[in-house]
Ligand binder design. Structure first.
Ligand code: C5J
Length: 208
């Protein structure tokens, strides 16, 4: 894997999704399923930073007045708390709140780009696409949560925009193990319909 032509994208590794008491848990999910991603992703981040690979983080979240959160999203499901409600880590999925930020273990380093996104995909209503263009990369190594939602949406759209995407299997996760497995298979089916997948060990070996 030649350096200089790809970026590492870390999707939504936020307290609201990964920590007990956050939004993910209020939806009835077992957050430990997502926390499995932390250790391999830490290793991938460290090696990528050491190799000079640009790292871009995203955070799902909304403006404090929720003007960027359509009713269809706000009212969906039956969580005990909704987006914008006060929670133990601040207002749920609201930008600037403690819970909306990235977990300490994977905190961005100074200079790394962080995009807040109101949707599931990283491109919608963000500067993510412009940032990729400015970096001049044509390939993305994609990690984060959840595999079948924000990772998939981002990879599908990146594929449409002409980026080759490699999704690191053990650096993505889902509250639903069967969705995780199937979502990964969907990416690389039919000869790589949206992209490719590999374990982080292969990525680390290629970087070394
Ligand atoms: C979800 C995400 N699942 N980051 N967000 O609502 O995948």
């Amino acid at each position: 894997m030649s350096e200089g032509d790809f970026a590492l994208v870390v999707i939504d590794m936020q307290r609201d999704f990964l920590e007990p008491g956050g939004f993910g848990e209020t939806l009835g999910n077992d957050v430990s399923l997502l926390r499995r991603v932390i250790a391999p992703l830490r290793a991938v981040l460290a090696a990528s930073r050491a190799a000079g690979v640009p790292v871009i983080h995203t955070r799902e979240g909304h403006l404090p007045d929720l003007s960027d959160c359509p009713p269809a999203k706000l009212l969906r499901g039956a969580p005990s708390k909704r987006i914008g409600d006060p929670g133990p880590m601040g207002r749920i999925l609201v930008r600037g709140e403690y819970g909306q930020d990235i977990i300490d273990e994977l905190a961005p380093t100074p200079g790394e780009l962080v995009f807040d996104k109101p949707g599931k995909g990283a491109f919608h209503a963000t500067g993510f696409g412009d940032a990729l263009a400015a970096l001049g990369v044509s390939r993305l190594v994609v990690t984060g949560v959840t595999t079948e939602v924000c990772v998939h949406t981002t990879v599908r759209e990146a594929n449409d925009r002409g980026y080759d995407c490699l999704v690191l299997e053990d650096c993505t996760g889902s509250y639903f193990p069967e969705f995780h497995r199937t979502a990964l298979r969907m990416i690389s089916a039919q000869g790589g319909i949206f992209g490719w997948t590999a374990g982080s060990a292969a990525y680390l070996q290629a970087l070394a």
